[in-house]
Design a protein around this ligand. Structure first.
Ligand code: SF4
Length: 331
């Protein structure tokens, strides 16, 4: 008897995204595969330009095509093919069963509409029976849930009357307005002060617990990953380098790039707080190096790495690494 694995909530297979530019074609995402299961928090981590945000945006078809060129072997949400979905259905998915939190809420919020009206609008869009009063009341309830003080009055204010942290709270309220199955949060705390960052992270955790939604958390910040994630996908040069449970990744990374990222974290356990950044720079994605894209910066690189692109190999125990020599990698 064949045992069928349950279908993941979100499945991305062989995703490629290219942007034609004057300097040539930029291969922003180069064969990314990952899946997200119901209720789990998956962090997608990497330096800027690693393709993590472009991956998330192409899942929800938020990139303008053209100029972007997107292709994938599979792109499914709850088993439904997102590539074949008509624009109307896609709009119903975004902000409905999939909630989104962006880095800069100012670009996502409408500046000439009150916060309360925007949240109410999000509620109404996904309701069969359009009850504006109930939606307004729900907006106030949601603002209270995300810790906006005096929510009744704040609902009547415009985005520019909110601080950065409060705007991010309003975005989170919109993202969870329709009880989503999946929340995609793209660098949700990057634009905020450190103290506010911690509050917003707590709130995302609370929102996740409240809705039971799976969460894809896109971040360059390994501190955020350690705090929130169940599983981690490490990206570099538009490819997945490693995936692992969060503890495994921090305790025993199996890819030299992950080792480099961890070494560049501030240390709490030694007297020195000197960081050890990865030497060199990420590659030019219109002309990436042959073989392993990390080879120009990798301390373990050798001839094979320069010639042969490593596949993302299953190492067992839910771990995968795109390195020819994962057994040689140590913390
Ligand atoms: S394949 Fe080679 S260059 Fe790439 S990460 Fe592994 S050891 Fe380093």
């Amino acid at each position: 008897m064949t045992v069928h694995e349950p279908e993941p909530l979100l499945r991305i297979e062989g995703l490629h995204v290219e942007f034609p530019t004057e300097d040539g074609v930029v291969h922003a995402v180069d064969g990314v595969s990952m899946e997200v299961n119901p209720g789990e928090i998956v962090a997608v981590v990497g330096e800027s330009g690693s393709g993590k945000s472009v991956t998330a945006m192409s899942v929800l078809r938020l990139l303008r095509e053209p100029p972007a060129r997107v292709r994938a072997d599979a792109l499914t949400f709850r088993g439904q093919d997102l590539r074949a979905m008509p624009p109307r259905r896609l709009r119903a998915v975004r902000g409905g069963p999939v909630g989104m939190i962006f880095q800069d809420p100012m670009t996502a919020l409408n500046p000439v509409m009150t916060i309360g009206d925007q949240i109410a609008e999000a509620v109404l869009l996904h309701q069969e029976r359009r009850d504006r009063r109930a939606a307004q009341a729900r907006a106030v309830e949601l603002l209270e849930l995300v810790g906006v003080p005096d929510p009744g009055q704040r609902a009547r204010q415009y985005p520019h009357e909110f601080s950065g942290g409060m705007r991010q709270r309003a975005m989170i309220a919109m993202a969870i307005a329709n009880d989503p199955d999946l929340i995609i949060a793209d660098e949700p705390t990057t634009a905020l002060d450190v103290t506010i960052q911690a509050q917003v992270l707590d709130l995302i955790q609370k929102a996740q617990a409240e809705t039971g939604a799976a969460t894809v958390l896109i971040t360059h910040d390994l501190g955020v990953v350690a705090e929130l994630a169940d599983r981690v996908v490490v990206m570099y040069a538009g490819r997945v380098m490693e995936t692992a449970g969060v503890e495994d990744l921090f305790v025993r990374p199996r890819h030299p790039y992950t080792v480099g990222l961890l070494a560049s974290l501030p240390r709490m356990d030694t007297d020195t707080d000197a960081l050890d950044p990865i030497p060199g720079n990420p590659p030019n994605m219109s002309n990436p190096p042959p073989g392993c894209p990390f080879h120009p910066r990798c301390p373990l690189a050798r001839e094979r790495c320069r010639a042969e692109r490593p596949a993302l190999l299953d190492l067992g125990g839910g771990r995968r690494s795109a390195c020819h020599f994962p057994e040689e990698v140590g913390p």
